[in-house]
Design a protein around this ligand. Structure first.
Ligand code: UN1
Length: 506
């Protein structure tokens, strides 16, 4: 009863939420910061990040284990304070961080600003969450006993993060682990180590001891694998492909000693279901944002548009028209909507997927000519497939599948469920009861009704999926932090023979 009476918490201070756009489509924050952003871009120098060797992993984990008791023993308010100081420092360095995200992560300015804000939100959110959930809780119990539940850190965590959110997801994982009292071995994506180095530098300056947060840059196959396999690892948090999550899970299962938990956030074949009552203009806008912005390089991105045949032609025409309006090219230009994909390997993989699609599906959005410079730009494309089940793989780029449907929309949701992923789902309908019924049937983590389906806001739209899309808990949600913790119940017999003097006196 005491727990149920806890007051509802206000939103964490400083929560940014979605970026607003002006009528010309330019992110308002980008427009407002235009001069400092461009100055930071001009001044940016990125020295190479030193590579770690796989052989260094066991010693690094041992240092993290040695640093753990002191960090874990600090009052939670002190750890939270360090994260808040890092958040303030990140906010103050918005322009140089954005310039780094554009240069190394190939982000557009709008995506870069949103990403720095998300990283800041994560730091403040987990600081607040740690203070909230790590207070010892008195549990109701029989007279003569005192029962207490406490959360504590578990030990060294390995945090393995992706290149598509090199600051936000990197910082989110690390912040949650640290807030809970753990120490951290951070293994950023190979493509984006300089962004990670900057985040680590700010966290160290904010008061996180060097051995409590160590950066190990290198390939996943060697450095990442060695960290996961090292003795003494208390947990692993991973965002990336389903396939790599499985490799990590197998490696953990093969270890001797403690059973090591894995938190994995992986891919999705995310669908949007559009019924005949939906507003085509709204659908087109949501589709273009969800499928093509960030060059489709979000695990939340729309991959499969399931549109009722009654409005399919109108929707497809509008989507194609709106997609052709997008400017594809150099992410350093303010006018760019869709930048390049991350690297040559991603580009080559996407070319292979597009070749296959051209042979098996009908192109309904002929791509505009992508610029030759910078390299690895791909113009948005869309292909009509016969059936939902024709889409079997997550294609991580600005490529959309479209399937027409008629009849029962619940059957479409079942087909989407059968794909096995469960990350995001869009629903576009003007019948509220239908939206509710479809959402209830969908086995996905995040359902978005009558809007785009990307850009989950920390603390407002906890993000993460199920099935092939990951283990949960949801990042930026109230259940995330406790999974990084050891849970300890203390039961004291307060009616012990002879009395328990201190407790009774207290
Ligand atoms: C990812 O792309 O790896 O809601 C996950 C969103 C983001 C997705 C991040 N939070 O679009």
């Amino acid at each position: 009863a005491r727990l149920a009476q806890q007051p509802a918490l206000p939103l964490p201070a400083g929560l940014y939420g979605p970026g607003r756009r002006n009528s010309a489509g330019l992110d308002l924050a980008v427009a407002a910061m235009r001069a400092p952003l461009l100055a930071a871009h001009a001044q940016l120098r990125v020295p190479p990040v030193a590579q770690a060797q796989a052989g260094e992993a066991p010693a690094a984990v041992a240092r993290a284990a040695a640093a753990f008791p002191a960090w874990d023993a600090r009052p939670v308010a002190e750890r939270a304070q360090a994260l808040r100081r890092a958040a303030d420092a990140m906010e103050a360095r918005m322009a140089p961080l954005c310039a780094l995200l554009v240069a190394e992560g190939r982000k557009t300015w709008g995506d870069a600003v949103a990403e720095v804000r998300e990283a800041v939100d994560f730091l403040r959110y987990y600081a607040g969450e740690a203070e909230r959930v790590m207070q010892p809780a008195l549990l109701p119990g029989p007279t003569g006993e005192r029962n207490e539940l406490r959360l504590a850190g578990r030990g060294p965590w390995v945090c393995i993060s992706p290149w598509n959110f090199p600051l936000a997801i990197f910082t989110g994982q690390v912040a949650a682990a640290l807030a809970a009292g753990n120490t951290v071995l951070a293994k950023p994506a190979e493509q984006t180590p300089a962004v990670a180095r900057e985040a680590v530098r700010l966290l160290h300056e904010a008061g996180v001891p060097p051995d409590a947060l160590q950066l190990l840059h290198g390939p996943g196959e060697t450095v990442g694998a060695a960290l996961v396999a090292a003795p003494g690892v208390a947990g692993v948090v991973f965002t990336g492909s389903t396939q790599v999550a499985r490799l990590i899970q197998r490696a953990l299962a093969a270890k001797d000693g403690a059973i090591v938990p894995l938190i994995a956030e992986t891919g999705g074949i995310n669908a949007m279901l559009v019924d005949s009552t939906a507003l085509p203009e709204q659908v087109a806008d949501a589709v273009v944002q969800s499928a093509f912005r960030s060059a489709g390089q979000r695990c939340s991105a729309l991959r499969l548009l399931c549109v009722h045949e009654g409005i399919a032609d109108a929707v497809i025409e509008m989507v194609a028209g709106a997609a052709r309006e997008l400017t594809v090219g150099d992410p350093a230009l303010l006018s760019t909507d869709v930048g390049p994909v991350i690297d040559a390997q991603a580009f080559a993989g996407l070319q292979g997927e597009l070749q296959r699609l051209r042979q098996t599906a009908r192109a309904v959005l002929a791509p505009a000519e992508a610029p030759a410079a910078p390299p690895h730009c791909i113009a948005p494309q869309a292909f009509e497939v016969e059936r939902v089940t024709d889409v079997q793989r997550e294609i991580f780029g600005p490529v959309l599948h479209i399937a027409r449907w008629s009849g029962d929309p619940q059957a479409v949701v079942e087909q989407v469920n059968a794909l096995g992923y469960g990350l995001t789902l869009g629903i576009q309908t003007r019948i509220d009861s239908r939206a509710q019924a479809l959402a209830a049937r969908a086995r996905v983590g995040n359902v978005y009704v009558n809007r785009n389906m990307i850009g989950a806001v920390v603390g407002v739209q906890p993000f993460g999926g199920e099935g092939l899309s990951g283990t949960g808990p949801k990042a930026g949600g109230p259940h995330y932090l406790p999974r990084f913790c050891a849970e300890r119940t203390l039961t004291v017999n307060t009616a012990a023979a002879g009395g328990n003097v201190a407790l009774l006196a207290g």
